[in-house]
Design a protein around this ligand. Structure first.
Ligand code: UD1
Ligand code: CA
Length: 471
């Protein structure tokens, strides 16, 4: 259910950290789930939730992080630099000291928490406004709380402070209520309390979490419970895989609920920018990457890997097809085991079958490339039949050339077409032919040496080749 965005608020998203635990050269917040960077999931959530402004604190790998955000969100995000990564408190300080810092209600989010639901942001801001709180935070319970900051409550049950994993005493370490890292805070309070932070902790950093104790001391703190399934932070590759699995499962459920047939909710790998219309069906272990569009009535069978592919209505993609940057026309059929490389355009009701490869080729309505063929740099008209084992020899070692097969052409099996070459309307190419010159309309092209049958020769040959028995 869409929830109502509360009164104006702005988001600050922390994304300057290096993420050493990922053991990767890529800045942590640029690791992807469902084809979208962690930080972009967070920014997207903030924008959808209605953030008036969205500031992202960048530092480590800044160029790449900024590029990702500008490409995806343009002017809707503002960057703030944190020159040295001295902790989450220091990151927020940078945001609060920048020009034109936002005032009023702020929501602080970590760029490594990609699953937060929009409704939870609304709850958080709403609760904090109604309570007139200076700071509102979400808490959640985990059986294994290690790695997370622990929520310390007093005997009355009120939140008192947060203690980081590395700073926990023995008693604190077993606390299962943790800080997922989601806060609504008043800008004036935040500015004043950030100034009081000190780095006297195990990591020698400025902890944003220390602000919680300052709000608690003033009795201006509220907390609400969240579900950790929505709130996991990504610190290492395992966390990333788990968060991706959760996101994947949710997207699969959403599609199924919308009327898409999903054979297996746990093995549909679909990137966030893909679109699948109700009435399409998706087999187990299907990967839809980049920006795919799958129209109603289309069926993608088990094991297909499609990247930036448009599949029109009622097309069937049979098992284990790999296709990239291609369009597949209405009612067309591809696979099993076909490979469509970039710029393949299959017309309505056309067919590309077993072990055929296509590249930069248009295939007209009803035409067939059914078995074991390579068609590259081709223009294939309507109603063309291409026999098994046909090769478009498109590359001369220096340049690529085009093969044109006009409407109604029939190409026999085991044929090579040496491009550039055109086979005109209705022509017939005999099996085993090497086509080196254009074929006129309705002609037969044939290039084979004449067959000779030598009677009884096989018997003589065998006798000659058979090993002599030792006496
Ligand atoms: C933080 C919280 C912890 C909480 C956990 C939830 C603090 C001190 N601790 O710990 O209580 O349970 O998140 O996931 O806040 N960042 C910067 N600049 C820095 C350091 C970090 O921008 O100098 C950014 C990182 O890019 C990251 C986010 O802040 O997106 C969180 O940093 P991280 O180091 O992952 O904090 P945790 O140790 O997970
Ligand atoms: Ca983290």
């Amino acid at each position: 259910m869409p929830t109502q965005s509360p009164a104006t608020w702005s988001a600050i998203i922390l994304a300057a950290g290096e993420g050493t635990r990922m053991k990767s050269d890529r800045p942590k917040v640029l690791h992807e789930i469902a084809g979208r960077a962690l930080v972009s999931w967070v920014v997207q959530t903030a924008l959808v939730a209605g953030a008036a402004r969205c500031l992202v604190v960048v530092g480590h790998g800044r160029g790449d992080v900024e590029k990702e955000l500008v490409t995806r969100f343009g002017k809707r995000v503002e960057m703030v630099l944190q020159p040295d990564q001295r902790g989450t408190g220091d990151a927020v300080r940078c945001a609060m000291e920048a020009d034109h810092t936002p005032e009023g209600r702020l929501v602080i989010l970590y760029g490594d928490c990609p699953l937060i639901p929009v409704a939870l942001l609304h709850d958080l801001v709403g609760r904090s406004d109604r309570a007139g709180a200076e700071l509102a935070l979400v808490t959640a319970t985990l059986t294994d709380p290690s790695g997370y900051g622990r929520i310390v409550r007093n005997s009355a049950g009120d939140v008192q402070r947060i203690v980081e994993d590395r700073d926990c005493s023995e008693e604190e370490r077993v606390i299962q209520e943790v800080n997922p890292g989601l806060y609504a805070v008043r800008a004036d309070f935040l500015r004043a309390s950030i100034a009081q932070l000190t780095p006297d902790n195990a990591q020698g950093q400025l902890y944003l979490t220390d602000v919680v104790e300052l709000a608690a001391n003033r009795g201006k703190l509220v907390d609400l419970r969240g579900d950790m399934a929505d709130l996991t932070g990504v610190n290492d590759q395992r966390d990333l895989a788990l968060a991706a699995a959760t996101r994947r499962r949710r997207m699969a459920e959403e599609l199924a609920r919308s009327g898409v047939g999903v054979a297996d909710l746990d093995t549909l790998y679909i990137d966030a920018a893909c679109e699948v219309e109700p009435g399409a069906t998706l087999g187990a272990n299907v990967h839809l990457r980049g920006r795919c569009v799958i129209r109603a009535g289309a069926h993608i069978d088990v094991g297909c890997v499609l990247t930036n592919v448009v599949i029109e209505q009622d097309a069937k993609i049979l098992p284990y097809t790999v296709a990239t940057d291609s369009t597949i026309g209405e009612g067309a059929q591809v696979g099993p085991f076909s490979h469509l490389r970039p710029q393949t355009q299959l017309g309505p009701r056309s067919k590309v079958g077993n072990f055929s490869e296509t590249k930069k080729t248009t295939v007209g309505e009803g035409s067939k490339v059914n078995h074991l063929s390579y068609v590259g740099d081709g223009i294939i008209g309507e109603g063309v039949n291409i026999g098994a084992g046909t090769i478009f020899c498109n590359y001369d070692g220096e340049q690529k050339h085009t093969t044109v097969l006009e409407d109604g052409v029939f190409v026999g099996s085991n044929t090579q077409l040496i491009a550039p070459v055109t086979v005109k309307k209705g022509a017939y190419v005999a099996s085993g032919t090497t086509v080196t010159r254009d074929v006129p309309e309705n002609a037969l092209a044939l290039s084979r040496s004449k067959q000779e049958n030598k009677e009884g020769y096989a018997l003589r040959l065998r006798a000659r080749l058979r090993p002599k028995k030792k006496p």
